[in-house]
Design a protein around this ligand. Sequence first.
Ligand code: TMP
Length: 209
Amino acid sequence: MARGHFISFEGGEGAGKSTQTERLANALEDRSIPCLATREPGGSPGAESIRELLVRGEVGRWDPMSEALLHFAARRDHVMTVIEPALDEGTWVVCDRYTDSTIAYQGYGQGLEISIIEDLHRQTVGNLWPDATIILDIAVFQGLDRIVSRGGETHRYEKMEIDFHMRLREGFLKIARQNSKRCVVVDAARSSDAVHDSIMTLIAQRFGM
Ligand code: TMP
């Protein structure tokens, strides 16, 4: 059986990743492609427990290295128990965030060396990178405004300073430039329908659907 494809969504806060992850997974299912929508940090019972340590509590509760180690502990569990078994059985995996988020948030955002993050990736999940990564790009203030208008509780990262969010956006755009075969930047300031249509066109071109 052919291995499934692995697609990740990336971007800053309020870019609409969760919505677009869900919409892409549903659209693939509609085309009779077996598909799993999942997220990081989280996606497996162990990783969801670690997520609680990361998204709750004081903004400064972890130093960047501890924080990266927690993300990779969660990621290894998610990859071993959920992502790899699904890909092996021919299921496509659509993941809301993956290692590019560690590079953007703990690297460009919090100052941890990118080479350390790449080493941690190799040590914990080997060479598993997505076949395609969609980076949803939106102006920082517009993304944060969406979070505010959504209402409800904000999580730890959403409370971080504006400069941090600015570094993230630049970080994701740099990741896209450096990995131009894998990554594509999509303008996320548009309506959910328009963004979804662009994504479907890209996925159809990339995977010949
Ligand atoms: P989200 O589910 O709202 O995207 O929340 C997860 C938060 O975790 C988000 O603010 C980004 C952050 N994060 C990191 O800092 N590093 C990582 O490696 C991942 C996967 C997420």
